[in-house]
Ligand binder design. Structure first.
Ligand code: GUN
Length: 316
């Protein structure tokens, strides 16, 4: 049997459809649209695509968007200055610094840059203030990818209360906040990582598996409990024809897509898992569209909170 497909594109479109009139209403009330500034440092090809999609999606819904480019060879101070300018400019409600930053900025750069973002404009939910509020389950701005996963599960009718959830990966962007959100939803949560002993047997316990480890087709069909829900956050670019042939059957449309384009985006979950799982997110078209929808949601939430905080006289 084949797993039910959890269609992130459809749910993402639904969320964006709900946001559109709210953004129009905000714009009428505030006399300006919600503003989103994205800082893109360097020329990472994956980041270029993600950022272009985020900007287009925000613009389509009626947000003001700006891309601030910082050259790959720039200093950390230049990236910080870009963030400070966005902090100080009242027309921006949301600031996003695309990760990863260029290696030349140093190993601590990302932390230092995220620490500099005004928490009221932190639409990623990565600043220490927002992470602290989030752990206490009282954050306004919550990391977009994990929040998108919860929204997909909720709208797909998948019960989380009391479920055994296993998160594979412990990044600050996905794994850790995912575990925390599942805990807030009353799941029993285990976080696995590269040093976990006997990972397959831990995954096999799970009613829900969320995989964000950045390794192509890592989670194998034998690891998954029959009927479990599997969320694949991975987006790995595969260019090796032999690897595509190992992963996909000769009649798979994905093989044909590879022949046409010379590359495929493959998740962290082996395609054979669809024969075992009860429900599974596709890659692409699973988690990606939800990350964007929740970014737009956070931009509106930040804009509304900032408008409400402004003294009434200055609104005239
Ligand atoms: N790089 C990959 N995912 C993300 C994300 O959600 N936010 C930012 N800022 N960078 C990313």
């Amino acid at each position: 049997m084949s797993a039910r497909v959890l269609d992130g594109t459809a749910v993402g479109n639904q969320i964006r459809g709900e946001l559109r009139p709210r953004i129009a209403e905000f714009t009428a009330r505030a006399g300006r649209p919600p503003g989103l500034g994205i800082v893109l440092a360097g020329d990472n090809p994956g980041s270029e695509i993600y950022v272009a999609t985020k900007l287009k999606s925000a613009g389509d819904l009626g947000c003001r968007t700006d891309l601030i480019r910082v050259p790959a060879a720039a200093s950390l101070d230049e990236a910080l200055a870009a963030v400070q300018r966005l902090n100080q400019d009242d027309s921006y409600d949301g600031i996003l610094v695309q990760s990863p930053l260029p290696e030349g900025m140093g190993p601590e750069a990302e932390q230092v840059v995220f620490d500099t973002i005004d928490p009221a404009k932190d639409v990623d939910g990565f600043t220490p203030v927002n992470v602290g509020l989030f752990v206490q389950n009282r954050a306004r701005l919550v990391p977009c990818t994990p929040r998108g996963v919860i929204e997909l599960l909720r709208r797909s009718g998948i019960e989380l209360k009391g479920a055994r959830a296993v998160v594979v990966g412990r990044s600050d962007i996905v794994g850790k906040p995912m575990a925390m959100l599942l805990l807030h939803e009353h799941a029993t949560v285990t976080v696995c990582h590269s040093r976990t002993k006997d990972l397959p047997s831990v995954v096999r316990e799970a009613d829900l598996v969320v995989v964000a480890i950045g390794r192509t087709a890592f989670v194998q069909p034998e690891w998954v409990k029959p009927g479990a829900t599997v969320i694949d956050v991975g987006t790995n670019r595969v260019t090796d024809a032999a690897e595509v042939e190992r992963l996909f059957a000769p009649d798979s449309p994905r093989r044909a897509a590879f022949v046409r384009r010379g590359a495929l985006v493959v998740g962290d979950v082996h395609p054979g898992v669809s024969a075992v799982a009860g429900a599974l997110t596709p890659v692409p078209g699973g988690v990606g569209p939800l990350t964007i929808a929740l970014l737009l949601n956070n931009t509106l939430v930040a804009a509304e909170a900032r408008l409400a905080r402004r003294p009434a006289m200055s609104r005239a």
